[in-house]
Design a protein around this ligand. Structure first.
Ligand SMILES: Nc1ncnc2c1ncn2[C@@H]1O[C@H](COP(=O)(O)OP(=O)(O)OP(=O)(O)O)[C@@H](O)[C@H]1O
Ligand SMILES: [Mg+2]
Length: 323
């Protein structure tokens, strides 16, 4: 059994308009996605802005009301609040938020911010609690004097580490990491990612790692799902996605990774322009008449792509869809 099994998850937001403020339409932020997260792994969820990644992450921690579908944990559907309470789910699953400044209460000191989940779930004595918070600060590489400071007194990278310290405080099984390093400089990104890996090894945590950047995900994730306008267009192992991408949207995201090798830049740019041209000219093959992605079809035990069955087979054999 997987740690988490997400099945046909949908989150639709109502759009109201007109004099009576009636619901006239809906934003299909998440529109029928399924994937599993195994214990101890880092699962990547990747897509461009607005594709529904944060909405998915918030649904998995139980912060978003789900329209339909299920999220199974220890054999129970945690989209129901009673099951979350019964399983101690809010203790086992924590979130690192995309925006560290607005997710940390500006009026609280770091000691209280990090201790909050401990106070909710583990009733420690004052001394034990302080010791634990100091340990957590040490794990994320911050000095003890951080205890009495406020969030605005830290840099973006330091705040993100505080978010990590808070997320690991209760020794959770799963952490939803929503763009944990996107707002940071490259050098700081590597630091934060490295210690996320370190605490994963030490504590056996699983991550749902959300990012718009396939370059970052490559170093973190064993399995990856590619999200496009609320649906999944491709699922596979790291090798499937980086070495044998099948959907044009995945190829676009791959082509968008910056090339660091100067001698390769011209070839990289040409390859990117070629992918963009296929994307413009062959949209109707990759998306249905409403512009939505097709259901996923399995092309190998680990690899699935959102295409009509015949096209999926053709693309596997020939590498691309014929014009
Ligand atoms: N509370 C809400 N009410 C209405 N629409 C919403 C709400 N939250 C999100 N949306 C819409 O749902 C879609 C998906 O949003 P989401 O925040 O999940 O995207 P994302 O993939 O996390 O994007 P980003 O990379 O920019 O963080 C967007 O079109 C967004 O406008
Ligand atoms: Mg987001």
């Amino acid at each position: 059994m997987s740690l988490i099994e997400i099945k046909d998850l949908k989150v639709h937001y109502p759009i109201r308009s007109g004099f009576w403020n009636r619901v006239t339409d809906s934003v299909k932020a998440v529109d029928g996605i399924s994937f599993n997260i195994e214990a101890g792994e880092t699962y990547g969820l990747v897509g461009e802005s607005g594709s529904g990644k944060s909405t998915t992450g918030k649904s998995v921690v139980g912060l978003e009301k789900v329209t339909s579908g299920s999220i199974m944990y220890k054999g129970k559907d945690i989209t129901k609040k009673s099951n979350r309470n019964h399983l101690d789910y809010n203790h086992d699953v924590q979130m690192i938020f995309q925006d560290s400044l607005s997710s940390l209460n500006p009026r609280k000191r770091i000691e209280d911010i990090i201790a909050e989940p401990l106070r909710n779930f583990e009733h420690l004595s004052k001394d034990d609690e302080k010791l634990r918070v100091l340990q957590l600060l040490d794990i994320v590489g911050l000095d003890a004097d951080a205890l009495y400071k406020y969030p605005h007194q830290f840099s973006g990278g330091q705040r993100q580490r505080i978010g990590v310290a808070r997320a690991v405080a209760t020794n959770p099984k799963l952490i939803i990491a929503d763009e944990p390093v996107s707002a940071l400089d490259l050098s700081v990104q590597a630091q934060v990612l490295n210690f996320m890996k370190k605490i994963q090894r030490e504590f056996g945590i699983s991550y749902l790692f959300i990012s718009h950047d396939l370059g970052v995900v490559r170093h973190m994730c064993n399995n990856i799902a590619i999200m496009n306008r609320g649906r999944l267009v491709e699922i596979g192992t790291r090798d499937d996605i980086y070495n044998h991408p099948l959907h044009i949207y995945t190829k676009r995201l791959l082509a968008a990774i910056p090339e660091t090798n100067v001698s390769q830049r011209k070839a990289h740019r040409e390859a990117r322009l070629a992918v963009e041209q296929v994307y413009r000219e062959q949209q109707d093959k990759y998306y249905d008449e409403h512009g939505d992605a097709y259901p996923l079809v399995q092309v190998s035990p680990t690899h699935a792509v959102a295409l009509p069955e015949a096209l999926a087979q053709q693309i596997v054999q020939e590498g691309e869809v014929k014009a």
